[in-house]
Design a protein around this ligand. Structure first.
Ligand SMILES: Cc1ncc(C[n+]2csc(CCOP(=O)(O)OP(=O)(O)O)c2C)c(N)n1
Ligand SMILES: [Mg+2]
Length: 1009
């Protein structure tokens, strides 16, 4: 049966141009195969077939204008159902089934667990109006727990609270639980590790980490470093290293661990025992200029085989880890990697949690059920200057925030020595005291001694005083904090690793500078302590029983037991069992096969009179790339809620928006071609209004080649003003991580984005991009420039695996695009940063060189034409695709020449282009003058620049360009003025132009307006 394929609902557009026919008459196609591409003035979209079958006749041709309901083609319907194109990958199906059954099992188990014993903690009756009534309620609750289990009790309490709200009792219920461990002592999973050996190993790691910092600072006091942080976190790391974190190897993808930046000494000290680093390397801590030195903090750029994640700029680690975990699920759900139950662990400081970024994305982690994510917050109660929350309790505060966001919270506050005391706390006064004591007091207590704790803490109530009456001060001093107790930490990690359906945060209480004694334990200056005198070192040795003689301590010697010692054997065995060492950075990713040339070639022809923006050209190019079977699955388009701004809404239907739960609703625009389609295997990361999150996704995808051994091509499109300026520190971390991918600063340029005003108009992002050494940036004007640049980016990064990333600006100004110039060296010039695009040569008299970038190049071409026709001035026009790249080349050449004074000087690329040209040079871009001024030192001629220095403001493009003096009239006028100054023409021409174009010479500099 012959069916008619009509133009579907394409939204608000009519008379949209057909730009491509993707099928031929007689061809067999499947349902959903694209048949034509149409393009409005903003975006291009493919129209898919709604039938399968053989095409009988095509009723449209390229250039036709079509609207909803028009006939596209006739097709013999083969009646095949073709839902096959949208099947969920097999792995994903299995994953869902597994997760669902596990969830069910988990729930069932929970209902089965019945509390046999009554809680040991009783409610203190103070402030209770009717203790009898309270008791009745409590007994009822106990009976429910006894009979029907925890779930039922929880349900009833929830219902009671709901009812209270409905009755108007609008009292907020607290988000936090009592100040005790989340896991009761009797439910702790026990470690099978040998605690004695583990303690000895931990002590050696502690010692070597401290020794490394002290030795470096003894040699060069300026080097710095931290002892106190790792001292507080050693157990938290050690338990993970010995029992939980699985390394990447040929059988398993590996867990990913984000180490707290300034705990790095501890990681080096462990690697030393593992035999991965030697003494010489430890002695090169913070001395990285010569090869082999150890980075101050985790920096993959500087230690590319060791560190995986840069974390020391506080707040970035937590966000990067969240998006890493999300990206891992994305890869699984798209069927690109297997689900192996890998985890992402992130270690964070309690002070670090003050950073807005640290907590900024926790909602996403819960919303997306990231049960592959575990945060460990080391609550040593201190940051750099003093207490994190002297007047409050950071652990309780964090618990409330994370619980509120939907995380599984595990508090590890008290060590095992507290267990009997808590069990004996029949009156509840111990927990009451724990709840009432603020962090400032907790910190002060650990800076003193057992007698002080007895008086200040246990002395608060007669009941608590009594509780410790049989303990000596030494016993009281030994009462340990949860984060220093390997049993408690093990139980917490075990539970965290098994949690299903939500992310987990382990909030562990520790002591900053643990074991450092008077020199730095729990004192406000702990963070800064990097030198320990002999007495302190002796104390530290004794505190952790490090087998060093006094003489060895005086020499601050490292301690490494013999290869065959139980300790070294144990540490290696444990890591062997867990698949290898951590951290370690490597890659087994295969390069992506380059797409065929013709994908780009159709951008090298003229668009004729058809106008389009470079943003649109880019989207067209991506649409074409999505047809290449090698590249298509690897593209990761990332957009922070601006798809429609960039004309990318066609991607919603074509490749879907990633949504871990699929789409649970029929979208409002479901009848339309570009309707909003969310899908479990969706490809677009639609991040919402969240530039930091989008950038974190970009970094996760850009480092996929090492973290997941699969090369991916992230393309993050953003409003250029909300790029580097907004997320500069993330971009720096992305560079350090050796991310590969594209950043696209769309709607770029101070005068090109017209109406949006001061906060939106970017005139400096290229300068910000230039500060990142491995960022390659371009400001192309025409579609063929974009094609050449993008193709080279794919080649360098994803085929040749070069560790650079690309920043390309695209604009929203529509104009026709010429064909690529015939000159063979043009492509090379585009990539190097400049090439001659046009020459006005009619008059053969006076000449000027014009260098233009981005949209302002077009103003220059127009200005040059006026100069030739009205003033008989000739010119050569150079399209500068990257002042940044030109400067880099200039810098290198200049340095070479200075270092090789006896050799024939090399020529910079700028000099090669302009050295033999005639006339002065006038450069301009839609960016600050500093952008084009970058090449000034490499030119031996008079050089002038125009640019958009100053605050942007909303107006038409024409008015803005006039205001910033980069329109064609100003280019003509300034051109004449430059020639007059060079005494090549009389100054009256410039004066006449000023008059003719009504240029106000008294107007202040735009920077002052
Ligand atoms: C963005 C940023 N700001 C400031 C610093 C400097 N800094 C390094 S450590 C530190 C204190 C950290 O305290 P906390 O997070 O509690 O870690 P702890 O050492 O106590 O484990 C500060 C302010 C930094 N590294 N990054
Ligand atoms: Mg801290």
């Amino acid at each position: 049966m012959i069916e008619k394929l009509l133009v579907p609902d394409i939204g608000d557009f009519e008379n949209v141009e057909v730009i491509e026919l993707l099928v031929n008459e007689g061809q067999e196609i499947k349902k959903n195969d694209p048949v034509i591409t149409i393009e409005s003035d903003k975006s291009s979209v493919e129209i898919p077939s709604t039938f399968s079958g053989k095409i009988e006749s095509i009723k449209v041709k390229v250039g036709d204008k079509i609207s909803k309901g028009d006939l596209i083609l006739n097709i013999t319907n083969s009646n095949q159902s073709s839902s096959a194109s949208k099947v969920i990958p097999k792995d994903t199906e299995n994953l869902i089934k597994e997760a669902e059954s596990a969830l069910k099992k988990n729930q069932e188990q929970k209902t089965q667990i019945k509390r046999n014993e009554k809680t040991t903690i009783q409610v203190i009756k103070e402030g209770d109006l009717d203790p009898l009534e309270t008791n009745e309620w409590l007994e009822s609750l106990s009976a429910v727990i006894e009979k029907d289990g925890n779930q039922r009790a929880h349900y009833l309490i929830k219902e009671l609270i709901n009812k209270a709200y409905m009755e108007g009792a609008n009292i907020p219920y607290t988000q936090s639980t009592p100040y005790i461990n989340t896991i009761p002592a009797n439910e702790e999973k026990k470690s099978n590790g040998d605690q004695n050996i583990e303690r000895r190993i931990r002590s050696l790691i502690r010692w070597n980490a401290a020794a490394m910092v002290v030795r470096a600072n003894k040699k060069f006091p300026e080097l710095g470093g931290h002892i106190g942080t790792f001292a507080s976190a050693a157990t938290l790391y050690d338990v993970g290293m010995n029992h939980f974190w699985r390394a990447k190897n040929n059988k398993f993808g590996g867990d990913l661990v984000y180490f707290q930046g300034h705990s790095a000494p501890g990681m080096y000290a462990r690697a030393f025992l593992e035999g991965r680093l030697n003494e010489k390397q430890l002695d090169s801590f913070r001395q990285e200029v010569n090869p082999g030195g150890l980075s101050s903090y985790p920096h993959p750029w500087l230690m590319p085989n060791f560190w995986q994640f840069p974390t020391v700029s506080m707040g970035l680690g937590p966000m990067l880890a969240i998006y890493q975990a999300r990206y891992m699920k994305y890869l699984i759900n798209r069927g690109l990697i297997k689900d192996e139950g890998r985890k992402v662990w992130a270690f964070l400081g309690d002070g670090e949690m003050d950073e807005p970024e640290s907590l900024g994305a926790i909602g996403l982690a819960a919303r997306e059920n990231l049960d592959n994510l575990i945060f460990v917050v080391n609550c040593n109660l201190q940051r750099l200057d003093g207490p994190v929350r002297g007047n409050g309790k950071i652990i309780q505060e964090l618990e409330g925030i994370f619980r509120g966001a939907g995380w599984n919270v595990i508090k590890v506050i008290w060590g095992s020595y507290w267990d009997p005391l808590l069990a004996n706390d029949k009156t509840g006064h111990l927990v009451k005291t724990m709840n009432e004591t603020v962090d400032g007091e907790y910190q002060a207590m650990k800076a003193r001694d057992g007698a002080y704790v007895r008086e200040k803490f246990f002395g608060k109530y007669p009941e608590t005083k009594e509780l410790v009456s049989s303990l000596s001060d030494k016993d009281i001093w030994r009462l340990n904090r949860g984060g220093h107790d390997p049993h408690k930490v093990f139980a917490a990690y075990d539970k965290a690793s098994k949690n299903i359906g939500s992310p987990t945060v382990v909030i562990a209480k520790t002591i900053k500078g643990y074991g450092m004694g008077k020199s730095g334990e729990s004192v406000n200056t702990t963070h800064q302590t990097k030198k320990l005198d002999i007495d302190d070192l002796m104390y530290y040795r004794d505190r952790f029983d490090v087998p060093l003689t006094d003489k060895q301590v005086k020499n601050i010697e490292y301690y490494k037991p013999d290869q065959n010692s139980t300790e070294i054997k144990y540490i290696k065995e444990k890591r062997l069992k867990l698949g290898g060492f951590i951290p370690e950075r490597n890659t087994y990713a295969k390069p992506i096969k380059a797409p065929p040339k013709d994908i780009f070639d159709n951008m090298k022809v003229s668009t004729g009179s058809k106008e389009m923006s470079t943003t649109m050209a880019l989207v067209r190019m991506l649409t074409n790339l999505l047809r290449d079977k090698n590249v298509a699955p690897r593209l990761v388009p990332i957009i922070p809620d601006e798809a429609r701004t960039f004309g990318m809404e066609g991607f919603f239907q074509k490749i879907g928006i990633y949504a871990h739960e699929g789409q649970k609703y029929e979208p409002e625009d479901s009848a339309q071609l570009s309707s909003y389609r969310e899908e479990k295997s969706g490809q677009v990361l639609e991040e919402g209004i969240n530039e930091a999150g989008a950038m974190s996704s970009w970094i996760a995808a850009g480092t996929s080649y090492t973290n997941h051994d699969i090369e991916m091509i992230p393309i993050y499109l953003f409003y250029s003003m909300f790029g580097f300026q907004r997320i500069g520190d993330f971009a720096w971390a992305g560079a350090d991580s050796q991310s590969r991918g594209f950043l696209i600063g769309a709607t770029a340029g101070r005068t090109t984005l017209a109406g949006e005003g001061l906060q939106h108009q970017d005139g400096h992002s290229h300068l910000l991009a230039s500060t990142i050494p491995n960022c390659v940036s371009y400001d192309p004007t025409f579609h063929y420039e974009l094609a050449v640049i993008f193709r080279e980016g794919l080649r360098r990064m994803h085929e040749k695996k070069e560790n650079v990333f690309y920043y390309i600006t695209t604009m929203n100004e529509n104009y026709p695009h010429p064909a690529i110039p015939k000159d063979k060296s043009c492509e090379e010039g585009i990539l190097k940063g400049m090439y001659k695009i046009k020459e006005f040569n009619k008059n053969k008299k006076t000449k000027i060189q014009f260098l233009g970038s981005g949209t302002i190049l077009r103003e220059m071409i127009a200005g040059a034409e006026i100069l030739q026709n009205e003033y008989q001035i000739d010119s050569e026009i150079w399209s500068v695709t990257s002042f940044n790249e030109l400067r880099r080349d200039g810098l290198e050449v200049e340095r070479f020449n200075l270092l090789n004074p006896d050799k024939e000087p090399k020529k910079s690329y700028v000099e090669k282009c302009l050295g033999k040209t005639e006339g002065p040079i006038l450069a301009a871009s839609d960016y600050m003058r500093m952008n084009s001024d970058q090449i000034r030192p490499y030119i031996n001629k008079s050089f002038y620049s125009l640019g958009t220095d100053g605050f942007g403001r909303s107006d038409t493009r024409k008015n803005l360009r006039k205001f910033f003096e980069v329109d064609k009239e100003h280019i003509v006028t300034y051109g004449l003025s430059v020639l007059a100054k060079e005494q090549l023409i009389a100054s009256k021409y410039a004066k006449d132009a000023i008059k003719k174009y009504k240029i106000d010479t008294n107007k202040p500099m735009p920077t002052k307006l």
